[in-house]
Design a protein around this ligand. Structure first.
Ligand SMILES: Cc1ncc(COP(=O)(O)O)c(C=O)c1O
Length: 407
């Protein structure tokens, strides 16, 4: 395994750091950091309608980012790519725009899975409160894979949307969305299939044409770009039918004192000054991934580490419970644990005292925690720069913690 740590200044500046909180956000390589600095020092200005060269340069870069994302996810048009602030914002923009456009009405049903992040639950619950739609949950099997039979069973004529994550931020399980998509579209091609790619974007690419999803939310800070700008992808013919729930200076064709006309695509869903610096950071992050042989390197590293974690965990099986399958395939490097009778924040604090960064709590998945009958868990999640030594350290400190607690 190649050691990528030297590409990331955070590790040089914090030599003892064992960073295992990558499901929340990943560290940035110097290639991205230097790119941001260079852009701010040389090319930065607000975009749209600035006739001067700085503004034009920034605008070209911003539009380039859309073209690159279009290619990256195999979308048909750049206008299908809408920048937003984060995944949660993207999902709310979608749900509220569906409501505003009359695409969802009283008693229409939305299906989500039981493992979803709150970002893919609460926006639908807001619509439940506002217009009385119904929400139902698709179960997972014992190995935490999506129960496709349950999906089939729950597809009824009232279902208008199925919204699913590609990978769970708790179990690490990757859902079989290709088959889920087939099942949904064969039942009724007008059901909107929404995919939350936020947690899996660091791990594998998605081809939206092949997947035949109608909308997808994507987050880039998990693949080394800056925080603060995300994407709502939508099929052009569907986006055209949606009236944006949010409006402002750029997303209009004209404004009078008492009325306005919404802009055409691609600006309808971006009424603000966008995060231009982020667009640059995304381009740099992708260039960095290309420079290390693209996703294959990330996947190969991760597969090796996943097998390593499973081996190490086997020695803790009698003391520490898990919320994931022990099978190494169809998963990303996200592992969530529970020690019966112990508050997970105590474990996370103990880890922190030993320079290990993990996350404790319910991970914005309270319905899943209730389903698994769990109150408090801690999560270790991997990325490109993690090594077997990082994992050794995690289990060594976990062992020390258990000893101190006489567990
Ligand atoms: C599966 C999943 N969906 C959505 C989100 C929310 O992302 P954001 O913080 O960008 O709104 C997360 C955050 O970790 C996530 O893991």
């Amino acid at each position: 395994m190649k050691d990528f740590k030297s590409d990331f200044p955070i590790f040089k500046n914090n030599p003892w750091l064992v960073f295992l909180d990558n499901a929340a956000s990943v560290q940035k390589p110097s290639y991205v950091i230097e790119g941001i600095k260079h852009f701010l020092e040389n090319d930065y200005a607000n975009i749209h309608r600035g006739a001067y060269s700085l503004s034009e340069r920034s605008e070209i870069l911003f539009e380039d980012a859309k073209k690159v994302i279009k290619e990256f996810i195999s979308a048909k048009y750049s206008s299908e790519i809408n920048f937003t602030y984060n995944s949660t914002y993207a999902m709310n923009l979608l749900t509220l725009s569906l409501k505003r456009s009359g695409k969802l009405k009283k008693w229409d049903k939305v299906l989500v899975s039981i493992v979803e992040h709150h970002a893919n639950i609460v926006p639908w619950l807001i619509l439940k409160e506002e217009i009385w739609i119904e929400i139902d949950y698709i179960w997972v099997k014992d190995d935490f894979s999506l129960d496709l039979d349950d999906l089939k069973h729950k597809l009824t004529k009232d279902v208008k949307v199925v919204s699913l994550t590609y990978a769970s931020n708790v179990t690490g399980q990757v859902f079989d969305l290709k088959n889920a998509s087939k099942i949904i579209k064969e039942y009724n091609k007008n059901i909107l299939f929404v995919v939350d790619w936020s947690q899996a974007v660091p791990n594998f690419q998605v081809n939206v044409a092949e997947l035949d999803c109608d909308f997808m939310i994507i987050t880039w800070h998990k693949i080394m770009a800056e925080t603060g700008i995300w994407v709502l992808y939508g099929k052009k013919e569907l986006l055209k039918e949606l009236s944006s729930w949010i409006g402002g200076w750029w997303a209009i064709n004209w404004v009078r004192k008492q009325e306005y006309m919404e802009a055409w695509l691609p600006h309808r869903f971006e009424p603000w000054t966008p995060n231009i610096v982020w667009a640059l950071s995304f381009l740099r992050a992708l260039e960095y991934i290309k420079s290390i042989w693209w996703y294959k390197t990330i996947e190969d590293n991760e597969k090796e580490l996943i097998v390593y974690v499973l081996g190490k965990y086997s020695k803790f099986e009698d003391k520490v419970n898990i919320v994931w399958s022990k099978i190494a395939t169809n998963r990303i490097g996200v592992f969530t644990f529970e020690i019966p009778g112990i508050n997970s924040s105590d474990v996370a604090e103990y880890m922190a005292q030993n320079n290990i960064c993990v996350r404790a709590g319910q991970h914005c998945t309270e319905p899943l925690m209730e389903f698994c009958n769990l109150k408090s868990t801690f999560r270790m999640s991997l990325y490109l720069y993690n090594t077997k030594e990082d994992i050794d350290k995690f289990f060594e400190i976990l062992g020390n913690f258990l000893k101190e607690k006489n567990k």
